[in-house]
Design a binder for this molecule. Structure first.
Ligand code: BEZ
Length: 211
């Protein structure tokens, strides 16, 4: 199945390092991050999961739950977590799905046969509280992802959902934001009391509304 932006993220049940999981129950009303990695006991994956674990409070403050996945088994996950904790100086508390039968990987298209017939690629989805897919990225096994960028995208998505704005290149929380083409300059001046700067009729900025 090929999942696209705006699709409803499908539910599933799976075993994990923290026991049996129903995905929707796990997410509840939170935002969610579901991400696959190629294999346990591999160096790049070890750094990715360690860093994600260290971002725990950042995800919590954004109402976001994290869940990882590979096609390794529960016992491997649990033993590897001990290594991650030791080598990355952290305590992994989010679950890692043990997708030995590849049920979830196939549901979410995490195996790209021309990259590897057996291992999952580095895919990541952001799922909103309505279970809609809001971000999909896929990296090759040899390139670790930038999880600070995932936090930045979460900030952008959550801001876009509460204000009629978009965020420009390299935007970070607190920077000026974009007035989107769907909002006229006249309306923008009413809804953005901090002011609107018009560079071109289609290129307009306003200070971030919620700061
Ligand atoms: C790694 O996580 O280090 C890795 C996994 C699979 C292929 C290459 C690197």
């Amino acid at each position: 199945m090929s999942i696209k932006l705006g699709d409803t993220a499908p539910n599933f049940q799976a075993e994990s390092s923290l026991g049996h999981i129903d995905f929707y129950n796990y997410l509840g009303d939170s935002w969610g991050i579901l991400f696959s990695h190629p294999a346990d006991y591999t160096p790049v994956c070890t750094t990715e999961l360690g860093f994600t674990s260290k971002l725990k409070s950042e995800f919590e403050s954004r109402g976001t739950k994290v869940i990882a996945l590979s096609v390794d088994g529960v016992e491997d996950h649990q033993n590897w977590i001990k290594d991650i904790n030791e080598t990355q100086n952290t305590e992994v508390q989010f679950p890692i799905i043990a997708d030995k039968d590849r049920k979830v990987s196939e549901l979410y298209d995490f195996i790209h046969p021309n990259a590897s017939t057996t291992l999952t690629v580095r895919s990541l989805l952001i799922i909103d509280p309505d279970k809609k897919v809001r971000l999909i990225i896929t990296y090759p096994a040899s390139t670790g992802r930038n999880f600070n960028e995932i936090i930045r995208v979460l900030d952008s998505l959550q801001l876009v959902d509460s204000h009629k704005i978009a965020t420009p290149v390299n935007w970070k929380n607190g920077d000026d934001v974009i007035v989107p083409p769907t909002v006229s300059t006249e309306e923008a001046r009413k809804i953005f009391p901090k002011g609107v700067t018009e560079i071109k009729s289609y290129l307009r900025y306003t200070p971030q509304p919620n700061t």
